[in-house]
Design a protein around this ligand. Structure first.
Ligand code: SF4
Length: 412
């Protein structure tokens, strides 16, 4: 099923706000138009929890009384919020969507920080009533600011780092500029690409979407530092990229079949190094302190695009936790058992430092891994991994292309 979304109606221009106005949002309008073009009218389900709760438009002033919000005419607004949120959840479930794009700071729709429900303009921490309920039902809830932030443009192209098996995607780039890796600040100039990698940045478009593609990387196991390994990420950030798709090959810790592409929902950095554990890196990344939270390190918003793209491609899609090890040896059977106990689903030798760097720089990270082998088998060889990566690469490539198609951009 193509990507479907639930969205606050005021973002699409409906005059349903407390003051009788709307809050049309260009990024949301463009996304909705694209999704409708790809999946028909049902691809977008507009909701206004407050109108669905029976509140009039415009609405009269309200005040906080204890734990309730009450209108000047005595109407219990809190109850209307709850009723409207429940009806919104019903609509959302019936729509088949998993992603809800809700207006920031609204006491019904907002998440993280919301107005207190009165006309005081006071912002308090927390989720709006509809946002809370949708999250409880398993929806991914984001606001319009994230939609705008992630929308590709020529100023903010999508960065893509290609791992083994995905080199062919580089051939789809209509490049307007090529940058040798040796010109990237901090990249080890003497590095030689491993098989299937190419050390030339491609700046251009894929199917009309602005991209910056890195068809190769260096690894810690080659003796490079976390600072060198993450130089591509800082380069992408300097070029204006806000979304980054990190791809890699991995071994399956559990039951995932080789040839399957998987979303990386979270990671364990077991490499023993961290790019932020270096004053030079912190300075280069221009972040004030290295103590950043890794919660949300992988974008749940972009993951929804990947899920829909996999469905469009008819491809099975795994989801799980990626454990990054130093390598270069493959894991022992005991290590694989230990990783399973720890909660890992995939294991590999890249990506984790890049994801840390990208998250520290404020980028939205989509992690995709191509499972090439069962980890811990005596028969694991590099040749086998490369062969399986080539076979499974085509499906992974289709998923990336689908994500780009959904992301579209401010030019589309
Ligand atoms: Fe917009 Fe939500 Fe407020 Fe309705 S309840 S006006 S959809 S923010």
């Amino acid at each position: 099923m193509p990507l479907r979304i639930v969205i606050s109606d005021c973002l699409l221009g409906a005059a349903c706000r407390y003051d009788g106005g709307s809050k049309p949002h260009l990024g949301c309008l463009r996304l909705a138009r694209r999704l409708r073009a790809q999946g028909g009218e049902r691809a977008v389900a507009p909701i206004c929890p407050e109108m669905l709760g029976g509140l009039p438009c415009p609405r009269t002033p309200a005040e906080v009384r204890g734990d309730r919000v009450v209108r000047s005419d005595g109407i219990d607004v809190t109850r209307a919020y709850t009723d409207g949120a429940a009806r919104s959840v019903d609509i959302a479930k019936a729509s088949g969507a998993r992603l809800a794009i809700l207006k920031a700071r609204s006491p019904s729709c907002g998440s993280g920080a919301i107005y207190d429900g009165t006309f005081s303009g006071r912002v308090v921490p927390g989720d709006g009533v509809a946002a809370q309920m949708l999250k409880r039902e398993g929806f991914t809830v984001v606001d319009e600011e994230l939609v705008k932030y992630c929308e590709p443009s020529f100023e903010h192209p999508v960065a893509i780092v290609l791992g083994s098996g995905l080199g062919a995607l580089a051939d789809r780039v209509r490049a307007v500029r090529r940058i040798p890796y040796e010109d990237i600040e901090g990249f080890p100039a003497e590095a030689i690409p491993v098989e299937g990698h190419r050390f030339e940045v491609l700046v251009g478009t894929i199917d009309g979407v602005p991209v910056v593609v890195y068809p190769g990387r260096v690894h810690l196991y080659q003796g490079y530092s976390a600072l060198e390994v993450t130089s591509l990420i800082r380069h992408a950030h300097r070029l204006g990229c806000r979304d980054i798709i990190l791809t890699c090959a991995s071994g399956a810790v559990g039951d995932i079949e080789p040839g399957t592409t998987g979303i990386i929902r979270d990671q364990m950095n077991l490499t023993g190094v961290n790019p932020l554990a270096s004053a030079a890196c912190v300075a280069e990344a221009e972040i004030e302190v290295p103590f950043i939270s890794m919660a949300g390190g992988y974008s749940s918003y972009l993951a929804e695009f990947a899920r829909a793209a996999a469905q469009d491609a008819g491809a099975p899609l795994a989801e799980g936790v990626y454990a990054g090890l130093l390598g270069p040896t493959y894991e022992t059977a005991a290590e694989v058992r230990a990783l399973g106990v720890l909660g890992a689903d995939y294991v590999g030798m890249s990506t984790v430092c890049e994801a840390i760097m990208a998250h520290a720089l404020g980028m939205q990270v989509l992690g995709l891994t191509l499972v090439t082998n069962k980890a811990g088998l005596a028969s694991n060889t590099h040749a086998e991994v490369l062969e399986e990566a080539e076979r499974g690469g085509e499906v992974c490539q289709k998923i990336i292309l689908g994500v780009l198609r959904y992301l579209g951009g401010s030019h589309s």
